[in-house]
Design a protein around this ligand. Sequence first.
Ligand code: AGP
Length: 608
Amino acid sequence: MCGIVGYTGPRDAGPVLLDGLRRLEYRGYDSAGIALVTESGDLFVEKRAGKVAVLQDAMGDHPPRAGIGLGHTRWATHGRPSDLNAHPHSDCTGRITVVHNGIVENFRELRDELKAGGHTLQSETDTEVVAHLVEDAYAGDLADAVRVALARLEGAYALVVLHRDEPERLVGARLNAPLIVGIGAGESFLASDAAAIVAYTKQVIFLADGDVADVTPGGAVITDLSGAVVERKIDIIPWSVEAAEKGGYEHFMLKEIHEQPAALTSAMTGRLRHDSVCLEELDPIRDRLTGIDRVELIACGTAYYASLVGAALFQEWLGVPARSTVASEFRYSPPPINARTLVVAVTQSGETADTIAASRLAGDRGALVISVTNTVGSAITRESHAAVFLQAGPEVAVAATKTFVTQVATLVMLAADVAHHLGRLPAAKEQELVAALRRLPEQAERAIELAATTEEMADRYAEAAGFMYIGRSFGYPAALEGALKIKEISYLHAEGYAAGELKHGPISLLDADVPLVAVATRSAVYEKLISNLMEGKARDARVLAVATEGDTQIEQLATDVLWVPDTLEPLSTILAVIPLQLFAYHVAVKRGRDVDQPRNLAKSVTVE
Ligand code: AGP
């Protein structure tokens, strides 16, 4: 939920850290702070409520030159956003300073103990206890002191610690929150993710839970909590810094919407073979797949909506019960799970705390776990027997777009692959599916072109009192995701509903100020959907329909139509959501919202 970056090396650390913080800001943007050990050996700390730009203004044009430092951008959990609660936090001596992502669950007990021992704590945060625990444990070796302090912590953490008197050394540690080490030429980095450091190095070590990284300009020594050295391989980041920049677009969200055709192509690369689908990542677990008699998908937010498509297809193509459950419900009310249960965990970041906990629970109970994620090296990959990557490239906007469409496409391929290998997907059906998948990137491009009308439409809908989104079957996840986009970035209320449920309650919300957005693409339930659309129209609601090109009937019925190309029903979710993303984007712009960093949100939700 927070972004962390640290640097040690010959460059001027201040600008490197500010650059890193700007790239990590999507992780949280309530407050930001920086600590540097200046050339004269002083510890310089500046921290401010608000975005990184506020911190930068406060630092002025000439922050002190330094060869080492750490920075943080925060999404508040303990303690409201304020200058005082912003990270870094320091100990009583002002020599030790800490940045943290996660929650120290036993911080109250530790605070009381530290105060009783004579420490003065300044903030309301859980993090501050760490600086004081390190202070108590420090006897000349920062890594040793951090390991002693970590033994006292319960909860989750990614931490970076700096001691003024060891001015080339950063100590990082992780448990259930991401942290990577960047290895450069005579310089090293620590960061929450690669976006912060890819401009300087593509060589990274993904730390595992329990790792402590002792980082100097010459490299990193990784140990476990007892101090025993552990070997970790160096990975190469497969994308460049340009991929994490706006590239001429006004917002990351708009850029990422336009990247969807290319992201779909990338998601399918190497996975379509002539007339069949094959995910090589499943090869090591194929033996276990043969015995599967139930499929449980788990995910949160947008990923949950994508997983609804996966559940429908596993059930249809495998002929076994399959369903999707939000991870925060699954983990506290799990279904019966055994070795014949396939659990598919869907998470863009690979860091979402609820999804990780639910996957761990399923794995502990013997399930076969497959993760579907965009993030190589993320925590979810360690909780699963096989990881299937979205290959969508970095997504920076808080509102997910290209990762939703690639999640749906990847789940379609996953269900098809498993059904194929179990002999349950007829060849003709798979052939038809592969042909439709191949057409998808070009059709996504066309859907973007056709949705150019959303900019003008937003003028007419931006002052609505709220929206009701409806869909059936594969249109239902698109309706849910369309409503979530409006909520997230325009702050207008929107309900996403199964169209058949409209008459069971929410129809009372409809009137001239609450438009009905109907996903009415060609499908087996098209006529049923039209009946629901008419129910809304009869209540004076304006109707905005997403429909298949060539549908002449819908033009007579809807106030406005957003057209999408025709495709197979399981893929229609992907095309239908594109105009809804653009509609939400333009409504949010008209309403003057912060599209890429909407209030109260963070992209990665690493707390329960
Ligand atoms: C969607 O726009 C949001 N960013 C949010 O719902 C997100 O999908 C959810 O928090 C799950 O994130 P994950 O895919 O990284 O697990």
